[in-house]
Design a protein around this ligand. Structure first.
Ligand code: HEM
Length: 451
C-alpha cells in the first residue's frame, strides 16, 4: 500500500494503491487512513480495474449525496452496464441466476418503491414494540451459558439475537435461525479460494431455497411482515420480479445479521479491555448509552464502505470524474477524519455532535438503523447487568482476516462469575415467542398494494 504521484494527462490527482481486501489494510488501517487524509482525501487507485477512493469526511459527504452517483447493478446488460456497490463487481456465475443486491443495487424511482413498502415496519415506533421480544431472546441466550461462567459472545449471543429478530420481522419461523445464520456470516469471512467455500456455498444455496419457498408460501397465505410487504409492492402498477424480491430478501438478511453482530462483538471486546470505561457506562447508562452507541458505531464502522458508479461527467469536491468510473466511499475512513472528529482514533463514550457515516448517507442510508441500534443496546445492557465482570480471552478472539466487506469477528470467548438462569432455554423460548409473534402479526394490518 503506498501513495505515489503519477503524471496523469487527464487529472492532476494523487494516486494511491488501495487494497482494502488485503489483511494489511486491516492491520494498518489507522496509518493508511491518516496518510490518505493528509495526502489524498480522494485518490485514484489502479486496483480492481481502477477506481476512485474517497476517504475524507467532507469528500465522502458530498459524493454520497450527489445525484450523479449510481448504485445500479445491471446484471443483464439492459441499461448502462454499471457494476453496483461491490468493487470488484462479483462475477456472474454461468449456471446461477443473476441477482442484484436488492434495492441497494437500484436507483430511484425503483429503489424508492421498496423503501416505501418496508419503512412502516422499520420505523422507531414499529421497532420499539419489539423490545420485549428482543429482551426475551437475549435472556434465553445468556441463560444457556450463565451457569457455566463461560460463553462465546459471537456464537452464543451476538450471532443469534440479530438473526432471530430479523427472521421475526420477515415472517420466517424463528427456529430456522441457524439455517440462515451460518451462511450469512461465513459467506463474508471465508476467502473465495478457501477449501471451506464449497460448504459455505452449499449452505447459502439451502438458505436461498428456503427464502424463495417462504416468499411463495407467504404470497399464497399472507402473514404480515417484511416478506408480505415486498410481495405486495408495485412498481408502475406491476409486482416486482421474483429475482429482485429474492435480492431484497438477501439484502435484509445481509444487512440485519452480520453488521449488528460485528458492532456488538467489537464493543464487548473493547469494554473488556477498558474496565473503568465499562464501569462508567454501566453506572451512567442513562446519560452515556446513546452517545456510547454512536461512538462504537463510528469507531468500529461495521460496514466500512460501499461502491458507486459515476453516472455523468462532473466535478465534485474539486475532482473531475468521468461517466462510468467506479468509486469507493469509505465510511470507515471518513469516520476517522480529524477535520470532523477530535481525537478520531480514540473512543470517547460521551462524544457530542457525533455525525458518523456508519449507516451511510443520502438515498440509500441504512433502512435498518433503528433495528441495529435497539438490538445492540438491549444486548449490551443485558450483558452489563448479568455478566458484570466478564473478561474476554484475547487468545481466543478471532477477527475477520480482512475488513473489505464487514469489520467483523468470528469468535470472542469470555469468562465471568456464574449466575442463575432466569427462564427457559433458547429452543423453548423461541417456540413460545413464535406463538406470540404469530398473534402479534394477526393484530397488524396486512400490507396491500397502494391503489
Ligand atoms: C450496525 C448495523 C448496521 C450497519 C453498520 C449498517 C450499515 C449500512 C450502510 C452503510 C448502508 C448504506 C449502503 C450504501 O449506501 O451503499 C446500509 C443500507 C442498508 N441496510 Fe444497513 N446496516 C446495519 C443494520 C441493518 C439492519 C439491522 C438491517 C435490516 C433490518 C439493514 C438493512 C439495510 C438495507 C436494506 C439497506 C439498503 C438501503 C437502500 O438501499 O435504500 N441494515 N446499511
Amino acid at each position: 500500500m503506498s501513495s505515489e504521484d503519477v503524471d496523469d494527462e487527464r487529472k492532476s490527482v494523487r494516486w494511491f494503491r488501495f487494497e482494502r481486501h488485503a489483511p494489511e489494510y486491516r492491520r494498518n488501517f489507522v496509518s493508511i487512513t491518516r496518510e490518505m487524509h493528509r495526502e489524498c482525501p480522494i485518490a485514484w487507485s489502479q486496483t480492481y480495474g481502477g477506481h476512485w477512493v474517497a476517504a475524507g469526511n467532507r469528500e465522502v459527504f458530498e459524493l454520497a449525496r450527489s445525484p450523479l452517483m449510481s448504485n445500479d447493478r445491471d446484471v443483464h446488460g439492459e441499461r448502462r452496464g454499471y457494476g453496483g456497490i461491490s468493487i470488484p463487481t462479483p462475477p456472474v456465475h454461468p449456471k446461477a441466476p443473476s441477482i442484484r443486491g436488492g434495492f441497494l443495487e437500484m436507483d430511484p424511482p425503483e429503489q424508492k418503491a421498496y423503501r416505501q413498502a418496508l419503512n412502516p415496519y422499520l420505523s422507531p415506533a414499529a421497532i420499539a414494540r419489539w423490545v420485549p421480544f428482543i429482551d426475551e431472546v437475549t435472556r434465553a441466550c445468556l441463560d444457556e451459558r450463565i451457569e457455566q461462567g463461560r460463553l462465546d459472545f459471537v456464537d452464543d449471543l451476538a450471532n443469534i439475537v440479530p438473526a432471530v429478530f430479523t427472521l421475526a420481522l420477515m415472517g420466517i419461523p424463528l427456529r430456522k435461525w441457524s439455517l440462515y445464520c451460518e451462511p450469512a456470516h461465513a459467506f463474508i469471512y471465508t476467502p473465495p479460494d478457501s477449501p471451506d467455500m464449497k460448504r459455505v456455498r452449499r449452505a447459502a444455496m439451502q438458505m436461498g431455497a428456503d427464502l424463495f419457498t417462504t416468499m411463495l408460501e407467504i404470497r399464497e397465505t399472507p402473514r404480515p411482515g417484511l416478506i408480505d410487504a415486498l410481495n405486495n409492492l408495485r412498481i408502475d402498477g406491476q409486482p416486482a420480479p421474483d429475482l429482485d424480491l429474492v435480492g431484497a430478501l438477501n439484502l435484509l438478511i445481509g444487512g440485519g445479521f452480520d453488521t449488528t453482530t460485528a458492532l456488538t462483538a467489537h464493543t464487548l471486546e473493547w469494554l473488556s479491555e477498558h474496565p473503568q470505561e465499562r464501569a462508567n457506562l454501566s453506572r451512567d447508562r442513562d446519560i452515556l448509552l446513546d452517545s456510547a452507541t454512536e461512538e462504537f458505531l463510528r469507531y468500529f464502522t461495521p460496514a466500512p464502505g460501499d461502491g458507486r458508479t459515476i453516472s455523468a461527467d462532473c466535478t465534485i469536491a474539486g475532482v473531475d470524474f468521468e461517466e462510468g468510473e467506479r468509486l469507493w466511499l469509505s465510511w470507515a475512513m471518513a469516520n476517522r477524519d480529524p477535520a470532523s472528529f477530535t481525537d478520531p482514533d480514540t473512543v470517547d463514550l460521551g462524544r457530542r455532535g457525533n455525525r458518523h457515516f456508519s449507516f451511510g448517507l443520502g438515498l440509500h442510508r441504512c433502512i435498518g438503523s433503528n433495528v441495529a441500534r435497539i438490538v445492540f443496546k438491549r444486548m449490551l445492557v443485558a450483558v452489563l447487568d448479568r455478566l458484570p465482570d466478564f473478561r474476554c480471552d484475547p487468545a481466543g478472539a478471532v477477527h475477520y482476516d480482512t475488513i473489505g466487506v464487514i469489520n467483523g469477528m468470528k469468535h470472542l470467548p469470555a469468562a465471568f462469575t456464574p449466575g442463575p438462569r432466569l427462564g427457559a432455554g433458547l429452543d423453548e423460548t423461541l417456540d413460545k415467542l413464535q406463538a406470540l409473534t404469530d398473534e402479534q402479526r394477526l393484530a397488524e394490518p396486512i400490507t396491500r398494494p397502494a391503489d
